[in-house]
Design a protein around this ligand. Structure first.
Ligand SMILES: [Zn+2]
Ligand SMILES: [Zn+2]
Length: 181
């Protein structure tokens, strides 16, 4: 969806729509480490308000996501409930106007061409911003054996424990799991 700024009435414009997996597919990189899925279409409600030098976008993005555990790749449900509050600032108009005071309560500023708001891009961006840096199915996830590829949560594999213990588990200071023999 694209919204032209000159089509936003002075009283503002409300957008309410569903945003689905197919739409997401247009923005997810092919090597997406999250294997991000929308369990149902995301519910988007946005209010666009224009001023002389920016468009403020407020609203909510809600849905149920599924992402892959970073250690074992099992699916992990991730509720999405994002509050949107951002300024879209027309790029051309801010040049030479850097002293302008921007409202510090607003969470996010972004530049756009000043004419067309790429709403789908904006939604995709908000969803990606909402993803945690690291997703684990559980704090104690044992991950995948680098030797044989077995999911160590489900089965003990025949590899030596040294080989299957991820270096990362030590780094984050978790208690080392005792070998299960
Ligand atoms: Zn896991
Ligand atoms: Zn193994």
């Amino acid at each position: 969806m694209r919204v032209r700024v000159d089509e936003i009435p002075d009283s503002g414009r409300t957008l309410g729509f569903h945003w689905d997996q197919e739409m997401l597919g247009r923005f997810v990189p092919p090597d997406d480490p999250f294997s991000l899925k929308l369990l149902k279409p995301v519910n988007v409600v946005l209010f666009l308000e224009k001023s002389a030098d920016h468009v403020r976008v407020t609203g909510t993005i809600k849905g149920d996501l599924e992402v892959a555990c970073h250690r074992c790749l099992n699916p992990v449900a991730l509720p999405l409930d994002e509050r949107v509050d951002m300024y879209l600032v027309a790029e051309a108009r801010t040049e030479g106007d850097e002293e302008e005071e921007l409202d510090s309560d607003v969470l996010l500023y972004e530049f756009f061409d000043g004419e067309v708001i790429e709403v789908d891009e904006l939604v995709a961006e908000q969803i990606f911003l909402a993803l945690p840096v690291k997703v684990l199915c559980s704090e104690n996830c044992r991950g995948i054996c680098p030797g044989c590829g077995a999911n160590l949560n489900d089965e003990a594999c025949g590899c030596k424990p040294e080989a299957s213990r991820s270096a990362f588990a030590n780094l984050v200071g978790l208690k080392k799991p005792e070998p299960e023999q």
